[in-house]
Design a protein around this ligand. Structure first.
Ligand code: ADP
Ligand code: MG
Length: 343
């Protein structure tokens, strides 16, 4: 308890009014009964054991005002995004969302802000059948920390360490728009583009849950692109002890990003963060399965490279331009470095 009891509206009112889902939205999944035995209101939530053969996949992501989003960000979209980025991690593991915890620090109790924020949050949660089961509410600089729980068969979980030499490297949809929008908002560039149209790629990412589920048994490894495509891909290569050739100018991007200079396009597609697409590897023999999945989900999936052996000449990934010529090592290094909060 951190607010005075005499306050017109306090911590517990906020929890009751905005963070207690109006209806349970249990992930039907393979659970024969509601996975949530006890939700918000007690000292802990209680959740049932996962169905036989499955385990819980658990992930946390924190969004801090003025670091991950602008303080004046649209609250509905922020509510959407803070859960979307967590669901994206479940997707990258091939897990099905079940429940989540929300810990939030609020500078003040702003009712219209809370109404919109909780609307955005509950809408995406309901869409994915992911139930809010608890959390913490405190006064402080605006910070939103979510822990999401999903279920997955551990034998099918899409880990980072499964990439094999010869596998294809795939990417869902397009990357780069979020970085393009961020740069515009920060004043790094200001060319004429339909910014309104592009904004949703940064503000309202789509977690690729169905893709993650569909890739179980097909992909050898996967990661969601949150800190920049090449930097995130490097995590797969490192965990799998392999290298890669990447056809950097074939990386799918929006038609708008095709109109900007090659240098800016490369920066946004290769190094830009906040895309929340899935980058995954799969054996070549699964190409037609990947293509069928792409058609089934109406989601473009593009081959962007191949997994190679680490050799003394090629210790890191090789970035090939549109003529198949490798980029100079120093330039490549700049694109491969991923976002780091402390660097
Ligand atoms: P405690 O003091 O035991 O930590 P709290 O007073 O913080 O309990 O929370 C009361 C109940 O409300 C708990 O069940 C907790 O999980 C839930 N809760 C608190 N904040 C949130 C929130 N932001 N979203 C969802 N549930 C919340
Ligand atoms: Mg508490």
């Amino acid at each position: 308890m951190t607010f005075e009891d005499s306050d017109p509206i306090g911590e517990f009112d906020v929890i009751r009014r905005f963070f207690t889902p109006s209806k349970a939205s249990p992930s039907q999944g393979q659970f024969s009964e509601n996975p949530v035995l006890l939700g918000i209101g007690d000292d802990c939530a209680l959740i049932n054991s996962p169905p036989s053969g499955e385990v819980y996949a658990i992930t946390s992501d924190m969004l801090v005002a003025d670091r991950h989003f602008f303080k004046d960000a649209n609250p509905t979209l922020l509510g959407h995004k803070c859960l979307a980025v967590n669901l994206s991690d479940l997707a990258a593991m091939g897990a099905k969302p079940v429940a989540y915890n929300l810990s939030i620090a609020l500078p003040a109790i702003d009712i219209p802000w809370l109404e919109q924020f909780s609307h955005g949050l509950h809408t995406i949660a309901d869409f994915h059948g992911c139930t809010l089961i608890g959390g913490d509410t405190t006064a402080g600089p605006l910070t939103i920390a979510i822990t999401a729980f999903g279920i997955v068969n551990p034998k099918q979980a899409l880990r980072r360490n499964g990439a094999q030499v010869g596998d294809d490297i795939w990417l869902s949809h397009t990357v780069g728009d979020a970085r393009l929008v961020l740069g515009f908002r920060r004043g790094e560039w200001n060319m004429q583009l339909p910014w309104q149209e592009l904004a949703h790629r940064m503000d309202a990412p789509t977690p690729r849950i169905d893709l993650g589920l569909g890739l179980r048994g097909i992909a050898s490894s996967a990661i969601d692109v949150s800190d920049g495509l090449l930097g995130d891909l490097r995590h797969i290569l490192h965990a799998s002890k392999v290298s890669a050739n990447i056809w950097i100018d074939d990386i799918p991007c929006s038609p708008l990003l095709r109109e900007v200079s090659l240098e800016l396009r490369r920066l946004c597609t290769l190094k830009g963060g906040d895309d929340y697409e899935l980058c995954f590897t799969a054996p070549q023999k699964h190409r037609s399965l990947v293509q069928t999945l792409s058609e089934h989900l109406h989601l473009p999936l593009t081959r962007i490279g191949e997994v190679t052996e680490i050799t003394p000449e090629h210790p890191n990934m090789t970035l090939l331009d549109h003529d198949g010529v490798p980029l100079p090592v120093d330039l490549a290094k700049q694109y491969i470095r991923s976002f780091d909060h402390f660097k």
